[in-house]
Design a protein around this ligand. Structure first.
Ligand SMILES: [Zn+2]
Ligand SMILES: [Zn+2]
Length: 263
């Protein structure tokens, strides 16, 4: 059984927790080390038992606490080579034995959990999402996605639990306070995924058998949890899928520890 929990999710900082009871890992640590420790304690986990911090990409909302936690608790950091080069200065000195490198699309193992990083379209040097495999279970995390591609869908397919970005409402973003270049970046091919597009992905995968969905990386200025949930529900409704009955759907909050989901 795998336990999954969103500690923080959104433009202000991201960190997800995944564990099979023995191997405990973080996906990103984009908020202060202190706040991540607080969140881990809140779900009954001991930060000194972490086996790894996996890094998706070098943006500060994903790496802010990575170096601090690694130094404090002697935790290995896993990232691909390009991301290492891009983030190394920002995270500060790391013990050489804790500097671990993976290659995209090649499986590697931490404890009993198999992990595969896959590329995502986003404006970082080499951003990735992750598949986690344990026995017959597959869990996938994919945020910071500019647009959906066939290749990306193939990596999400067959997941028992999918954590997917539902970043913004397009209308809110368009009329909102962001300067135009930033709006263009978010809406662009290498920006972030809208609620509507997240809905389409969720509906597509629900039809293919995925039962549990968590929406994450919500924007503070251009979204709110009820709107993300409602928009995705509406797309599901159009496909005769009912959230709560046919599939589990919930929203990971920006600054609040989420529920622990088991698969
Ligand atoms: Zn990013
Ligand atoms: Zn991000």
């Amino acid at each position: 059984m795998i336990k999954f929990c969103s500690l923080y999710s959104g433009s202000s900082g991201n960190s997800l927790f995944i564990s099979d009871g023995r191997t405990k890992m973080l996906i990103d640590s984009g908020i202060s080390g202190k706040r991540i420790i607080e969140a881990l304690v809140a779900i009954g986990e001991n930060p000194s038992e972490l086996s790894a911090i996996l890094v998706t990409h070098e943006h500060s909302d994903h790496i802010k606490g990575v170096g601090i936690l690694s130094r404090k608790f002697d935790i290995p950091i896993y990232a691909n080579e390009n991301t290492w080069n891009a983030m190394e200065q920002a995270i500060g000195p790391v013990n050489i034995k804790n500097k671990m490198c993976f290659c995209n699309c090649e499986e590697f193992k931490i404890g009993n959990i198999c992990i595969k990083a896959f590329p995502i379209p986003h404006d970082a040097v080499d951003p990735v999402g992750f598949n986690f495999f344990l026995g017959s279970k597959k869990i996938t995390t994919a945020t910071d996605i500019g647009h959906i591609t066939k290749e990306l869908i193939s990596h999400l397919m067959g997941s028992d639990l999918l954590f997917i970005e539902s970043n913004h409402d397009v209308e809110m973003l368009k009329v909102g306070p962001y300067p135009w270049p930033l709006k263009k970046r978010i809406l662009g091919e290498r920006g972030h995924l809208s609620n509507e597009m997240a809905g389409k992905v969720v509906a597509h995968l629900a039809k293919k058998g995925t039962k549990k969905f968590l929406l994450g990386h919500l924007s503070r200025e251009n979204n709110f949890p009820e709107l993300a949930y409602r928009t995705v529900c509406n797309v599901l409704d159009e496909n005769d899928i009912c959230a709560g009955r046919d599939v589990m759907l919930s929203v990971a909050l920006r600054d609040q520890v989420g529920e622990v989901v088991e698969v």
